[in-house]
Design a protein around this ligand. Structure first.
Ligand SMILES: Cc1ncc(COP(=O)(O)O)c(C=O)c1O
Length: 444
């Protein structure tokens, strides 16, 4: 199709979380991509400072992954999970079992992150129902947490704008405050706070009745509120409370998995392990739709019985474990291992934070730089001493200026997020930081 016809066709499309009447005025239509660079249909190139959207961990145009998908196309493209599996799915779960955090033994595969969190919620409820705790059904999450868009996932999400249009949501979902130390919801300071935000989970559980609480779900690093990183001891305290009240701890590692935070999973970055782990995005680096959940043998055992016991997990998708997607995931994870991308994520993440401190902090509008590995945010403030925010917020303008200057970064009114592919080099980081600095100066 001609360029003009493509632009015209955007009128027939509804994209994500944006006003299409604005988008179609100057639509970004991506034609191709290679490494950490993408090119639009006008021929303009951009540095992908966001890995698509925390997805393309091995970078764009990876030949090994592409060839693996092509080979799988000639072999088998569909296997019905109702009564069969296939070799490439089995190879993938075998490899996953060697890289997931300790204690996770069993996998269920999906096509997207929301399917994974939705299933984790249902798994938790059914697990308790057939393990002697039939009244445990409540799911607790964090304000600011995001877990996807299906009804269970959105009920667990703690962001009003993503939920309110769909009320009434599901019964039995609660939220507590996040470990947002820079703007502590309890107006305390770490470590004197004695981790009030984590201990509040126990208060809520006690008041709700421990016999009613099934699971607690969190992202180890929270993406949507600006890469909120847990303070030391936070996850340990949460783990301890969950253990004492028989609450399943679910990590949503859909963003943080597959090397993003400088370890294969953020659970390994913090050394505190969940009962159920949801994965997606970087699992296939976007070469095919792939997600999954991993869980402990103790949970799996509750679904393992003679046919007449009817304890099987009452949940399935036609495309779960699709062979093409598994081939993409398998080749993608092998690339992450062979090219030592987890190590690169850690090293480049440190280098990125160093460069941001050198070049962006002097602009005087950075309240905090936080994150881990190649998942980094700059919280923007008008006044670093008072932590006052810009009004009106400038994040959106900076993101648009960066795009004009050839850099894609994450947009939020009060913070800028950076998460380039894990193949990024020091020279490319310098380029990213240079464009960001220029764009910020233009706006400020
Ligand atoms: C932390 C987190 N969980 C779940 C999801 C939902 O994943 P998907 O968009 O693949 O359904 C997302 C998507 O951005 C996410 O960031």
């Amino acid at each position: 199709m001609e360029k003009e016809s493509l632009q015209e066709a955007t009128k027939h499309l509804l994209l994500a979380y944006m006003q299409m009447s604005e988008f179609i005025k100057n639509p970004l239509i991506i034609e191709k991509a290679e490494g950490i660079r993408i090119q639009d249909i006008e021929g303009k190139t951009y540095l992908d400072g966001l890995s698509g959207i925390f997805v393309v961990n091995v970078g764009h145009g990876n030949r090994a992954v592409i060839e693996a998908i092509k080979a799988q196309l000639d072999r088998l493209t569909f296997a019905p999970v109702l009564y069969a599996t296939n070799p490439v799915t089995l190879e993938l779960v075998q490899l996953l079992s060697t890289i997931v955090p300790e204690g996770l033994t069993t996998f269920k595969l999906f096509s997207g992150g929301s399917e994974a969190t939705e299933a984790a919620i249902k798994l938790s409820r059914q697990y308790h129902r057939q393990s002697g705790n039939p009244w445990k059904y409540k799911i607790i999450g964090l304000y600011g947490g995001f877990h996807g868009v299906t009804m269970g996932a959105v009920s667990a999400t703690g962001i009003p704008i993503r939920k309110v249009p769909f009320v009434p949501l599901l019964e039995g979902f609660l939220h507590i405050h996040a470990p947002y130390c820079y703007r502590c919801p309890y107006e305390k300071q770490f470590p004197d706070c004695n981790l009030t935000c984590a201990r509040m989970l126990e208060e809520v559980v006690k008041w709700e009745g421990p016999e009613t609480v099934a699971a607690f779900i969190l992202e180890p690093i929270m993406n949507m509120p600006g890469m909120i990183t847990p303070p030391p001891g936070y996850l340990e305290t949460i783990r301890d409370i969950c253990d004492r009240y028989e609450i399943i701890l679910i990590y949503d590692e859909i963003v943080t998995g597959f090397g993003r935070t400088g370890n294969m999973f953020a659970a390994q970055t913090y050394g505190v392990f969940p009962d159920v782990l949801c994965m997606g995005k970087g699992m296939s680096s976007g070469y095919a739709p792939l997600a999954g959940m991993a869980f402990k043998a103790k949970i799996a055992k509750a679904f393992w019985g003679p046919a007449e016991a009817k304890v099987e997990f009452s949940h399935a998708h036609t495309y779960e474990g699709n062979p093409l997607c598994c081939a993409a995931g398998l080749a993608n994870i092998r690339q992450i291992q062979e090219r030592r991308l987890v190590e690169n994520s850690k090293a480049m993440g440190e280098y990125l934070q160093k460069r941001l401190k050198e070049r962006i902090s002097p602009l005087g509008v950075v309240g905090e730089i936080r994150g881990s590995g190649l998942m980094v945010a700059l919280e923007l403030v008008k006044d670093a001493k008072t932590q006052a925010r810009f009004a009106p917020p400038v994040g959106q303008k900076i993101v648009l200026a960066a795009r004009k200057n050839g850099l894609i970064v994450r947009m939020d009114p009060h913070w800028i997020g950076l998460a380039p592919p894990l193949v990024v080099t020091p020279a490319e980081i310098d380029e990213i930081v240079e464009i960001l600095e220029r764009s910020m100066k233009e706006v400020l």
